[in-house]
Design a protein around this ligand. Structure first.
Ligand code: FCB
Length: 467
């Protein structure tokens, strides 16, 4: 992608955008193991909760699962080649715990470590910086059979696993994320059951959330002790900024309760070493089983916060206070545009969020670890896929990022979700988020217009920053 032709396809606004980012900014793309790897029964991998969940009729759209996915486990070399053609500076991937320690604890599977070792080396050969997530939702099934994240022991098993991975890759991985979106693991997985393992009990969600945080806290020092001195360790959280629909007192009250539940549940223990006041009452649950010392571990400083943001919610107050997870969402918002997920496109929320994380929570280094959009892309068998709405989405969101930077938010990188179309959890393969199209019949990858645009933006940015 290094033709000047592509730079010329950028508008003057795009060129100005490219100039808004500093030299050491990391531009990348993100994926996760279960969503792309396939090969779920190969080389010693044992099932995860997602293999089990996807096998239950009705849980995943059209009965899809990750058994083959993008076959990335076998196509890794050419996928890294694709990243290189796009000109990516960073790649965020996740490591499948059930490949490394198939039973969750105990015996280590050498073939699993070898795969990620090869991936990291291949990335480095191409000049792409590896950012690794240690847990992107694929808990070894054997641990689920002992209570999964509702069992405190899982946090200790996780920390052992994290150390094993760091011992092997810690000399080369630039950034570790302990967890991806523990809010989703806890609430979607244990609270409402739309994700694996499919439990529906809010108390379990709260307890699981605590054990996920504990896992993070236990792993932090062990990752640091086994990584290069300049490696950084953080976590990725999902945020959906909440905006009140009107100025009524009940609306402000319910918007605040929604924010408590959606945005503050995980960041506050991490940033301040305590759960936000009123959270458990607002959810009508008991506090989780916190033991002495837990919150100190959880609140230990991190080197960066990974921010995953796609949309916002607009909340309207009811006559009585809604349980914090049941606030009334307004939609569609008049005049607003939505992606195929039904998520409103509202880039200002990203600016507001980044400034808040810096000012209110004192975050000193922020990476957008996920941002992107699903649209109905179609491919005619040729070399192109036209996705003008995704190009517009990226222009607007990267623009919002530039304005957060300008206002002082310490943003260090941006990883688009996703490098390529993949298994979108409960939505199966029906939702396409990639900047690269995947034809699942042939495993052919076709760079979409958004991929070409991103590549051109990166090239323009590189051209500026070398001046
Ligand atoms: C996030 C997940 C990611 C992907 C996007 C669309 O919540 O972390 O794996 O599915 O949503």
């Amino acid at each position: 992608m290094s033709s000047t032709e592509q730079i010329q396809t950028l508008s003057s606004a795009d060129l100005a955008l490219a100039r808004a980012f500093p030299k050491n900014f990391v531009w990348g793309a993100a994926t996760a193991a279960y969503q792309i790897e396939g090969a779920t029964q190969e080389d010693g991998r044992e099932p995860s909760i997602w293999d089990m969940f996807a096998a239950i009729p009705g849980k995943v759209h059209q009965g899809d699962n990750g058994a083959i996915a993008n076959n990335h486990y076998h196509l890794m070399q050419e996928d890294v080649e694709l990243m290189s053609r796009l000109g990516l500076g960073g790649y965020r991937f996740s490591i499948a715990w059930p490949r490394i320690i198939p039973q969750g604890r105990g015996a280590v599977n050498a073939a699993g470590l070898d795969f990620y070792d090869r991936l990291v080396d291949t990335l480095l050969t191409k000049g792409i910086t590896p950012f690794a997530t240690l847990y992107h939702w694929d808990l070894p099934l054997a641990l689920h059979q002992e209570g999964g994240w509702t069992n405190r022991d899982t946090a200790y098993a996780y920390a052992d696993y994290a150390e094993i991975v760091a011992r092997r890759l810690g000399d080369r991985v630039a950034g570790w994320m302990t967890l991806n979106e523990p809010w989703c693991s806890a609430y979607l997985g244990y609270g409402i059951g739309i994700h694996a393992p499919g439990e529906q009990d809010l108390q379990q969600a709260i307890d699981a959330g605590h054990h996920l945080l504990l896992a993070h806290g236990l792993a932090l020092p062990r990752l640091r002790a086994n990584s290069a001195p300049n490696a950084s360790v953080g976590i990725s959280l999902n945020f959906t900024p909440i905006y009140p629909a009107d100025e009524r007192a009940e609306t402000l009250r319910d918007a605040e309760r929604a924010d408590l539940f959606v945005n503050r549940w995980f960041i506050e223990p991490l940033a301040r070493g305590q759960y936000p006041g009123g959270l458990f009452a607002a959810l009508e649950v008991e506090p989780p089983p916190v033991q002495a010392g837990d919150l100190e571990l959880i609140g230990a400083p991190i080197d960066f916060l990974g921010v995953n943001n796609y949309t916002r919610d607009v909340v309207r107050g009811g006559t009585t206070p809604a349980r914090a997870d049941e606030s009334i969402k307004v939609g569609p918002v008049p005049g607003a545009c939505y992606t195929e997920m039904g998520w409103e496109i509202y880039p200002q929320a990203l600016t507001d969020l980044l400034i808040r994380l810096h000012r209110e929570y004192g975050m000193q280094a922020l990476y957008i670890m996920e941002n992107g959009a699903a649209f109905k892309d179609s491919w005619d068998g040729g070399d192109q896929v036209h996705d003008p709405r995704r190009v517009a989405y990226m222009q607007e969101y990267i623009g919002a990022l530039a304005s957060a930077l300008e206002q002082g938010a310490p943003v260090r990188g941006y990883f688009v979700w996703s490098l390529m179309d993949n298994f979108e959890w409960a939505e199966g393969y029906a939702k396409r988020f990639g900047i690269v199209y995947v034809d699942y019949q042939t495993q052919r990858r076709i760079i979409k217009d958004s991929g070409l645009w991103y590549s051109a933006l990166l090239e323009a940015w590189r051209a500026n920053t070398v001046l």
